[in-house]
Design a protein around this ligand. Structure first.
Ligand code: ADP
Ligand code: MG
Length: 294
C-alpha cells in the first residue's frame, strides 16, 4: 500500500475514534429528529437523512422521527381542487382539508417507514392518535377559528417507550385527537417539541431547509451558530424571526427550558448534517443553549 492510501485509511480511523465519546455519551439515550416538510422534497436527500437516523439506531441511540408534510398536503389539496390558505403561518383546516392532511401525512409516514426498513432496521409509523399519544385542544390564530388545527395539551408517551423497548424506530405523523376524539392537524415542530419534552429526550434536532438561524435573513454574515434561550426570546420580541422559523425557535426555547439537553436547528439539505453534528467536533447549524451555559 502506498503512503497516500495509508493516510486515507488512517483518516477514516480517526473519524471513527473522534466519534467514540459521542457514541458513549448517547448510548441508549433518546434523540427526537424533526424532519421538516421543506427539506423533504428531494428523494436523494431524504435517503441520506434516513440513513443517518438508521445509523444512530444501529450504534445504540434511540431515535424517534417526527415528520412534517406541509408541501404534500398542499399539493394533494390542489389536486382535489382546494387552494391552501394560511393565517399567521397556520393552515386553515376545514373538515375536508383535515381528511386530505391525514391522507398526505400517512403517505409520507409510510414512505419513511419503508426507507428505514430497506436499510434493515425495524420501523413503526404511527400518528399522534395511536395509543393516545397526542391530545390536543383547538388552536386559534389571533382569536380566529381556523378549524382543525390543534395545540398539544398532553402527551401519553407509553406507545413510544413500548416501541423503543421492542427495538423499533418510531416515526410519528403530527395528528392528534381532542376530547371529542376529532382529528386535529398539529404543526410538526410543536409535535416534535412536545414529544421530546415528554420522553426527556437527550437531544432534539430540527432538520430544515436553511443553514440555521439568521439575525437578518438578507445578510448571510448574520448567521448565529449558538444562542441562549433568552437571546432567542429577544430576537423573537424584536420581530426578527418570521415564517416557519418562528414556531421552530419558540419550540427550541421551550424544549431547552424543559430539560431537553441539546437542541439544534440543522440544514437538512446538507448530506449527513445529523452525523456531522452528533459525531464530530465541528459546530454545524444553530445550537440553542440554556441561559448561563457556555
Ligand atoms: P420546516 O418545513 O423545516 O418546518 P419552515 O419553512 O417551516 O421549514 O421554516 C424554515 C424557514 O423559516 C426558512 O426556510 C426561512 O425562510 C424562514 N425564516 C424566517 N426568518 C428566519 C430567520 N431569522 N432565520 C432563518 N430562517 C428564517
Ligand atoms: Mg415548519
Amino acid at each position: 500500500m502506498n503512503k497516500k492510501d495509508m493516510d486515507t485509511i488512517l483518516q477514516k480511523a480517526e473519524v471513527l475514534i473522534e466519534a467514540l465519546p459521542y457514541i458513549q455519551n448517547f448510548n441508549r439515550k433518546i434523540i427526537v429528529v424533526k424532519y421538516g416538510g421543506s427539506a423533504m422534497s428531494d428523494d436523494a436527500l431524504q435517503k441520506n437523512v434516513i440513513k443517518d437516523v438508521t445509523l444512530l439506531k444501529l450504534v445504540g441511540f434511540k431515535p424517534i422521527i417526527v415528520h412534517g408534510g406541509g408541501s404534500e398536503i398542499s399539493s394533494l389539496a390542489k389536486k382535489m381542487g382546494k387552494e391552501a390558505q394560511f393565517v399567521n403561518g397556520l393552515r386553515v383546516t376545514d373538515a375536508e382539508t383535515m381528511e386530505i392532511a391525514e391522507m398526505a401525512l400517512s403517505k409520507v409516514n409510510k414512505r419513511l417507514v419503508t426507507m428505514v426498513q430497506e436499510l434493515g432496521v425495524k420501523a413503526v409509523g404511527i400518528s399522534g392518535k395511536d395509543g393516545g399519544l397526542l391530545r390536543v385542544e383547538k388552536k386559534y390564530a389571533d382569536g380566529r377559528d381556523i378549524g382543525f388545527v390543534g395545540d398539544v395539551k398532553e402527551v401519553v408517551p407509553k406507545i413510544l417507550y413500548d416501541l423503543l423497548e421492542d427495538d423499533f424506530l418510531p416515526i410519528v405523523a403530527p395528528v392528534g385527537l381532542n376530547d371529542q376524539f376529532d382529528a386535529y392537524n398539529i404543526n410538526a415542530d410543536d409535535a416534535a417539541c412536545a414529544i421530546a419534552r415528554a420522553v426527556h429526550a437527550e437531544k432534539l434536532a430540527f432538520l430544515t431547509d436553511i443553514e440555521g438561524l439568521y439575525r437578518d435573513m438578507a445578510d448571510k454574515s448574520s448567521f448565529i451558530s449558538r444562542l441562549t434561550a433568552s437571546d432567542a426570546d429577544a430576537l423573537i420580541a424584536q420581530g426578527l424571526i418570521g415564517g416557519g422559523m418562528l414556531p421552530k425557535l419558540q419550540n427550541c426555547t421551550a424544549a431547552i427550558r424543559d430539560g431537553v439537553n441539546r437542541v439544534h436547528i440543522l440544514d437538512g439539505r446538507i448530506p449527513h448534517c445529523l452525523l456531522l453534528e452528533i459525531f464530530t467536533n465541528e459546530g454545524i447549524g444553530t445550537a440553542i443553549i440554556r441561559d448561563g451555559e457556555s
